[in-house]
Structure formats: structure tokens, C-alpha cells
Design a protein around this ligand. Structure first.
Ligand code: OGA
Ligand code: MN
Length: 278
């Protein structure tokens, strides 16, 4: 008898680049169903090639999102604890309040460019965000290609950055590890071998060994370089979108949206290894 069970098949996957600085849409995959090793290999390669992927019209529950995440590494509960989470690896990003209490994190304001969990010694590698409810206006997310940002620096700036490290710190003091965390300003991706800039205005605080003014001047110079429109791609969310991004060669920023609108996203994440000193 013919097997009518639905399944994902690598031959049905198509990868459609956005044509922008990063990003590709993946079609032909149902994330509610398991993926075999060929499908996972294809998707992984697409992440290394495009840095950010989106899958539209997905109907997945929390457990299915965690299963998809686990194909790429160990899904780890977020460092910030949230109440009443049936699936502990899921972190809710939302402005919604129930009985006066926020159901998730990050509110409705702008979140400036950052790389997830860079305030940890072993920062985020891949993040996954699934749209449950989206606002009618605002709340888009932008990604910047930090490979391109690095490559387009002048040779003298590249030389200047050699060996420099920057301190990363979360603005909510309790979330930081006790010991100050710093990372290289230029990092090499373990899968692609390409170098990228790893500083952003939301979480990077200072350059190790620089005085405050010197540090601020250099960081501001790097930020204005990184944030040029040709390096940036914007995603307008639809309900059922699942985005996965690589935090090592990208940063992202969330646009604000009205507090009168509801935005509910489910997030999972994978943390990496300590960034090696080159
Ligand atoms: C995050 C984040 C942006 C968004 O979850 O790390 O930055 O669009 N979210 O909600
Ligand atoms: Mn983030």
C-alpha cells in the first residue's frame, strides 16, 4: 500500500534569496513535521549562505518549534526566567499584559542593533522567532550583514581593529554574569571562515584598554559604518512566520510599534562556544 504519511523531502525544498543584504525564503518545508538529515543539511547550508531564513505560513506548537531548533544544536532555556512556561526552552517576546502582568519580554519600544546574548561568555549562535500575533503597523525586524560591514572597512581600519576586544553588557544588571564579558571586535565564523564585525549599540559598552572618549569615538564610527542601508534587510512579519538567524555574522534591530497593538512571538535559541582568540 502506498504510504500517504506526509513528510518533508529535500527535493521539495526551494531557497529563494531576498536579493537584499541577507535573507532567503525557504519553501516546501512543513515545520510541524520532522526533518531528515538531508533536509537539515540543506537548511544549514542556506543559513551559512544567507544568514537569515524565513519560512511562511507555518503552524507549529511550542514542542514542534523546539524540535526544529534542536536539529541545529542544543536548544537552551533563555537566561531570563519567565513564569508559567510549559515548554521551558520557549521564551515569549511580547508587549501583551494579562492581569496587569507582562506575558513576555521586550515590550513595544525600539530595540537597537544587537547580536543575541552577546553579554554572555558563550553568546547566542542561532535564534528562532515564530510569529503568533503581529501588530497592524510597526514591529518589523531588520538584520545587518556584518560580513559586508567588515569587508568594506578601509585597510587601515581593519589593521586598527586587529586584536581589539569589546565589553558586552546587558542593560538589566542582574542578567549579566558576575565577570565582565568581552569578545573580539572582529570574529571569524566557524562554518564559513569569513570575518565579521561584532559590535552593536544595544549591548556593546566599551573597547578594552581604551579610555571612555576614545572608545566611544571608535564605536560610533563603526556603528555608522555598519548601519548603512545597503547592509540592511527588513522583514515585515506575518502570522505563521518562523525566522532563523545566525547571530555571529549579523545583528538585528526591532522597530517600535503602538502599545495598543498586540505582538506575540515565541523564541528559541542556541548558545555557542566561547569565541576563540585568533
Ligand atoms: C529577540 C529580538 C526582535 C523582535 O528576540 O532577540 O531581538 O523582532 N527580537 O522581536
Ligand atoms: Mn535579539
Amino acid at each position: 500500500m502506498k504510504n500517504l504519511e506526509r513528510t518533508n523531502h529535500v527535493d521539495e525544498i526551494s531557497i529563494i534569496p531576498t536579493g537584499g543584504a541577507v535573507g532567503a525564503e525557504i519553501r516546501g518545508v512543513d515545520l510541524a513535521l520532522p526533518l531528515d538529515v538531508d533536509c537539515v543539511t540543506r537548511i544549514k547550508q542556506a543559513i551559512w549562505d544567507h544568514c537569515v531564513l524565513f519560512f511562511r505560513d507555518q503552524q507549529i506548537d511550542e514542542t514542534q518549534q523546539v524540535r526544529f531548533t534542536q536539529y541545529f544544536g542544543q536548544a537552551v532555556p533563555h537566561v531570563r526566567k519567565q513564569r508559567d512556561r510549559p515548554v521551558e526552552e520557549i521564551f515569549i517576546v511580547s508587549n501583551v499584559k494579562e492581569n496587569g502582568e507582562e506575558i513576555g519580554a521586550l515590550g513595544n519600544a525600539e530595540i537597537s542593533f544587537h547580536s543575541d546574548l552577546s553579554y554572555l561568555r558563550k553568546p547566542g549562535t542561532l535564534s528562532f522567532l515564530y510569529a503568533v500575533e503581529v501588530p497592524r503597523t510597526g514591529g518589523a525586524t531588520q538584520w545587518v550583514n556584518c560580513y559586508q560591514a567588515y569587508e568594506t572597512l578601509s585597510d587601515s581600519m581593519k589593521e586598527r581593529l586587529l586584536g581589539l576586544r569589546a565589553v558586552h553588557r546587558h542593560y538589566v544588571e542582574e542578567q549579566n554574569p558576575p565577570k565582565l564579558v568581552d569578545h573580539p571586535i572582529v570574529r571569524t565564523h566557524p562554518e564559513t571562515g569569513h570575518q565579521s564585525l561584532y559590535v552593536g549599540p544595544h549591548l556593546t559598552k566599551s573597547i578594552v584598554g581604551f579610555d571612555e572618549a576614545e572608545s566611544r569615538t571608535l564605536l560610533e564610527e563603526l556603528y555608522s559604518h555598519i548601519m548603512q542601508p545597503q547592509f540592511i534587510w527588513t522583514h515585515e512579519w506575518q502570522v505563521g512566520d518562523l525566522l532563523v538567524w545566525d547571530n555571529r555574522p549579523t545583528m538585528h534591530r526591532r522597530e517600535p510599534f503602538p502599545q495598543t497593538e498586540r505582538r506575540v512571538m515565541r523564541r528559541t535559541q542556541i548558545f555557542g562556544d566561547e569565541i576563540p582568540v585568533e
